[in-house]
Design a protein around this ligand. Sequence first.
Ligand SMILES: NC(=O)c1ccc[n+]([C@@H]2O[C@H](COP(=O)([O-])OP(=O)(O)OC[C@H]3O[C@@H](n4cnc5c(N)ncnc54)[C@H](O)[C@@H]3O)[C@@H](O)[C@H]2O)c1
Length: 167
Amino acid sequence: MIGDVDPRAADVVSEIEGAGGRALSVRCDVTDEESVAALSMKHALRHMDAQGSGAVVAVSSILRLVGQTNSAPYSAAKAGVANLVRSAGLEYAPTGIRINADAPGYVETPLTAGLDESVRSQMTARQPIGRLGTPEEVAEVICFLASDAASFVTGAVWSVDGGYVAQ
Ligand SMILES: NC(=O)c1ccc[n+]([C@@H]2O[C@H](COP(=O)([O-])OP(=O)(O)OC[C@H]3O[C@@H](n4cnc5c(N)ncnc54)[C@H](O)[C@@H]3O)[C@@H](O)[C@H]2O)c1
């Protein structure tokens, strides 16, 4: 399920369905309490619990572990996501539901495309691999964590960061 304020989420659903998958897009503003109440992990878990299986993949960040100027609320939230999946992963481990996060480094998305070139150069310089990641590289790990191939993985925060947090 894709919850987004951007109606182009429907295009992503078409792509997934075109490739033989199943998906659903719902207009959801995560700053709106009612939308969050309907789509949050807490509520999804109720349904997964009833069926005795499921996989949740949250998105954290390298900033779960390190600070960055002008990023205090963001880094606090991303550290929260990391520990949320650890604790929830443990709580749900006996139920057949796996809860993990992936934690990207700097990635080429509209979020980073809008930054000054000087800031982007600094980001690239900090990445041991020497470049920003691609959305596809992050998506590969999300798909892995959501799949049965990760059947023994829960409560994990998986770095997808070109080696950033290994420094
Ligand atoms: N790009 C990076 O370098 C980077 C690094 C680490 C972690 N992340 C994380 O990856 C995730 C995706 O980031 P991105 O770079 O693709 O960002 P993005 O800005 O390119 O995309 C964000 C998406 O969120 C949607 N959105 C924005 N406000 C919303 C709201 N109020 N309610 C619902 N949806 C809303 C937008 O429509 C868009 O589809 C985020 O959790 C981000 O923190 C990104």
